[in-house]
Design a protein. Sequence first.
Length: 330
Amino acid sequence: MRSDTGGSGPSGRQGTERVSDVGEFGVIDRITAGRPQPEGTLVGPGDDAAVLAAPDGRVVATVDTLVQGVHFRLDWSAPEQVGRKAVAANLADVAAMGAVPTGLLLSLACPASTPTAVVDGLASGIWDAAAEAGVGVVGGDTVSADQIVVTITALGDLEGRAPVLRSGAKVGDVVAVRGVLGWSAAGMEVLRRGFRSPLAMVAAHRTPRPPVREGPVAARAGATAMVDTSDGLLADLGHIAAASRVGIDVRSALVPVADKLRDVASALGADALRWALTGGEDHSLVACFPDEAAVPEGWTVFGDVRLGAGVRVDADRWGGAGDPGWRHWR
């Protein structure tokens, strides 16, 4: 799920100063100056590369890109919200490995005409989300482009544990989720219809809040496989099923579909369960555990791992999800 059209530009509340007025190093200074770094950052922005402590001896690394008009629109989201969204997508990937985030790298591409207030807003959102996760922006790059492109690389530490891979699910495992499902899809549909409320759904699309701290919790509880719901629940479960060479059964009656989501779906003539199963960008965590007793508090069990292949959803009771989730170049 992605925003399907691009806004014409930032809202009129920005000033007249542009990126071209301050130059590359002025932009870098606006992003990094005066920002605190955690103790694990040994060398931060200002040199050719950053240096981070790696007490585990291994580094988890992931990267994700947000493109204006594909992943966000500045007539739908403020720059601060776009910055937060960029960080959320990466922190969720680190958490899905069972790791703790340790640092972020930022690559920002934008037109010369971009207001510096947009850069300030992006930086503010990125740093606020980073601070909440206990990390800093340790370096990056800036470049000219025809549209705004925000790329975040996130690094993480496994704290001595084995990484939780997609390939570890075993027959007999239970499948559980922590976080919301379908809220970002609902928020995007609300925005497409020209509305700005309910705020909870719109906020879930603009600034997803992945349960980052729950990744290591799941790993310590013995999670055998884990993934974040970036492309949609069924699509991401399909990644686990394929990597683990197993089948996964989803019990639709147990999939957590919030009452608020049902209310929005009813008002818009949509299907709340379909949003929960196929809507992406919630960045919630889905994991397999050896049994229900191993599932941490706050997680919801909704499925089972079986012999076979693929993902099944109560096929005799529900007509199927149709499109299983987001795919680029479709």
